[in-house]
Design a protein around this ligand. Structure first.
Ligand SMILES: *[C@@H]1O[C@H](CO)[C@@H](O)[C@H](O)[C@H]1NC(C)=O
Ligand SMILES: *[C@@H]1O[C@H](CO)[C@@H](O)[C@H](O)[C@H]1NC(C)=O
Ligand SMILES: *[C@@H]1O[C@H](CO)[C@@H](O)[C@H](O)[C@H]1NC(C)=O
Length: 497
């Protein structure tokens, strides 16, 4: 009954405004505050800024798949004048977000189909449960909306979030330090947290119970490409009416990502398939043995995509090699790993403890060409565990890095690209994650370093302005770069960390 009377009020509010006023009201930007009493007008689009999913066309695909547009599969946002319906197709959940100061349509509210009905811009605080949820919020300047980290915060790499947890106490941690992996205990503490913050939203990953109270499912890791994975930044943005910003960030990030691929393609346009750099990607798990890349198709996992992106070849586990554990993961023994990877140019060791494994298996590992040539990398170049937190949000930087690692990045870029995420385990050290650079200004959006990519351009030569698409441009054409000033200007770096 209470809600019904609110509907009457909203309708009454609308009828109070004169037709002339209604006609003159134009909303040009999504609102950052609530609509005031009596201000609501029916028939106005309160969300002029809408999520535009990326349509990603990888440039490296063969001719018959060129112009393939790959969009974001599991996130959809439908816009109505004063409310939006967010659909997470992975968890099969919808969320009704309505402009605060309006009353959402009752047939939607009572349909029972929406897991949450939320006024936006959201006010009740955010709780995160997985580290990859941190960077999208930081990129949007929403760091201070985070009020809790549910789980053990020891793997949080963000210096500013750690500052909020450790120094400011503005982000509480919800877990039992005595029993961090006890999910029942964590649930109890979560319920207790929700009793104090009933309006908070808890982001849950793919294994979360998306039916649980106040959980909003995030399934970015289920997307097919790195571009679509990143596009989930729109989910966070939609809660704060920041779609214009998230669209812009997503577009610019994709442009930088495409730049490193375009450069790698020009630089390798004359390469025969067998001359392309070969990457061996493998991790080691004590008690299980070696886990090796599986790339039956370029989009099977993110490292397959990066290899294709940079014009490299990646060694994929042959179907009949290794043994499978009870969860379906495949493991190779030392002999198999040696047979498969010994001639690779580059070895990416995807686990954390190269030194320990090398000590144990020196006789095997020393037979690898990549070890002999000191071309072994792990993923700790941004700090011990930052990779797991940030690689999804910095896929453009990772793309730049991968291409540089395989020797196919713009050699003329100034300043040259410094590989951030891949650390040479034989010559480099693991950096500290650093301190929060701007603790007095925590809402300053985070801007990743190393994202800059200067496009190479083919100048002169017979194919100028012509067939760069099919990779037949003459490599003797002088290579230079253009648009450098433009890219630099549009990417004024304000490094915070
Ligand atoms: C998805 O959710 C809707 C309603 O919440 C339900 O009716 C439908 O059966 C679900 N679909 C699947 C595939 O689980
Ligand atoms: C998920 O949450 C719902 C709602 O709280 C609950 O009924 C259900 O039992 C939970 N499922 C699991 C597997 O915990
Ligand atoms: C791991 O590999 C070693 C040597 O290659 C082998 O002796 C051992 O049985 C393997 N372990 C498993 C669990 O497959």
């Amino acid at each position: 009954m209470k809600i019904v009377s609110l509907v009457m009020m909203a309708a009454g509010g609308a009828s109070l405004t004169s037709l002339a006023a209604a006609q003159s009201t134009v909303i040009t930007q999504n609102l950052q505050s609530c609509i005031g009493d009596g201000q609501f007008q029916l028939g106005i689009d309160y969300f002029p800024n809408k999520f535009t999913p990326r349509n990603y066309s990888p440039i490296f695909l063969p001719e018959d798949q060129a112009n393939l547009d790959i969009t974001t599969d599991f996130l959809e946002i439908e816009y109505f004048d004063y409310y939006k319906i967010v659909t997470n197709k992975y968890h099969n959940k919808t969320y009704l977000l309505y402009q605060c100061g309006t009353v959402p349509p009752m047939e939607e509210v009572f349909s029972g189909r929406h897991h949450m009905v939320l006024p936006i811009p959201h006010k009740g605080g955010l709780a995160i449960t997985e580290t990859p949820q941190i960077p999208p919020l930081e990129l949007l300047g929403l760091r201070q909306e985070i009020i809790a980290y549910i789980g053990d915060p020891q793997y949080v790499s963000s210096p500013c979030l750690n500052y909020q947890i450790d120094e400011l106490g503005s982000v509480e941690t919800v877990f039992d330090p005595e029993d961090p992996w006890n999910s029942e205990r964590t649930q109890e503490l979560t319920d207790e947290f929700l009793s104090r913050h009933p309006e908070a939203i808890i982001f849950g990953g793919i294994f979360a119970n998306a039916s649980a109270d106040r959980i909003m499912g995030v399934a970015e890791t289920q997307e097919r490409t790195t571009v679509a994975t990143f596009d989930w930044i729109a989910l966070y943005a939609a809660l704060f009416n920041l779609e214009e910003r998230s669209n812009e960030i997503a577009r610019e990030t994709e442009e930088r990502y495409q730049c490193s691929s375009t450069n790698a393609r020009s630089l390798s346009s004359d390469m025969e398939e067998q001359d392309r750099p070969v990457v061996f990607w493998a991790g080691y798990f004590e008690g299980y043995n070696w886990s090796v890349a599986e790339c039956p198709t370029w989009d099977h996992t993110y490292y397959c995509e990066y290899a294709s992106h940079c014009g490299a070849r990646i060694i994929s586990r042959p179907e009949d090699m290794g043994i499978q554990d009870e969860y379906g993961y495949w493991y190779l023994n030392d002999e198999e790993v040696l047979q498969l990877g010994k001639d690779a140019d580059i070895f990416v060791f995807s686990s954390l403890f190269w030194d320990t494994v090398y000590e144990q298996k020196r006789d095997v590992l020393d037979q690898f060409k990549a070890v002999q040539n000191k071309n072994v990398y792990d993923t700790q170049g941004g700090g011990p565990t930052a990779w797991y937190e940030q690689r999804l949000a910095e896929y453009d930087v990772v793309g730049n890095d991968f291409c540089a690692m395989v020797g196919l990045s713009n050699p003329y870029q100034s300043p040259p690209h410094t590989i951030k995420w891949f650390r040479n385990v034989l010559t480099g050290s693991v950096p500290e994650v650093g301190t929060c650079k701007s603790p007095e200004n925590l809402d300053e959006p985070y801007v990743p370093v190393g994202a800059f990519c200067a496009p190479l351009e083919q100048l002169g030569g017979p194919d100028e302005g012509g067939d760069t698409e099919d990779g037949e441009t003459s490599s003797s054409a002088p290579v230079t770069f253009s648009c450098l000033a433009f890219v630099a200007a549009s990417f004024s770096i304000k490094q915070l960390w």
